[in-house]
Write a protein that binds this ligand. Structure first.
Ligand code: ZN
Length: 94
């Protein structure tokens, strides 16, 4: 990260403290990263990734396959639209 002019006026420890803040998804109050529960509403704000059940390799591969299908589907649609648009453009100008 390239330090900006504004960063030069902020103490490194303060910058780190700001970077380590996280926000409660429920009441949007900010608290240090080390907090696991919101001090305002008690909502769990710990590592949410750890809460998610781990995907099996098969399920993960299936998910990736689905994402790839969606990706190429969108790409194909865009290409078709461009080709159709160009065809229509040249057809109209003849
Ligand atoms: Zn909260």
């Amino acid at each position: 990260m390239v330090p900006t002019e504004q960063d030069a006026y902020t103490a490194p420890c303060l910058r780190e403290a700001v970077a380590m803040m996280k926000m409660c998804p429920l009441c949007h109050s900010e608290m240090p990263e080390r907090y696991n529960y919101c001090y305002q509403c008690g909502e769990y704000v710990g590592d949410t990734a750890a809460l998610k059940p781990a995907l099996s390799p098969e399920a993960e591969a299936q998910q990736q396959q689905q994402e790839r299908v969606i990706h190429y589907g969108c790409l194909t649609l865009i290409v078709v639209w461009i080709v159709f648009g160009l065809w229509f453009f040249f057809h109209m100008n003849r």
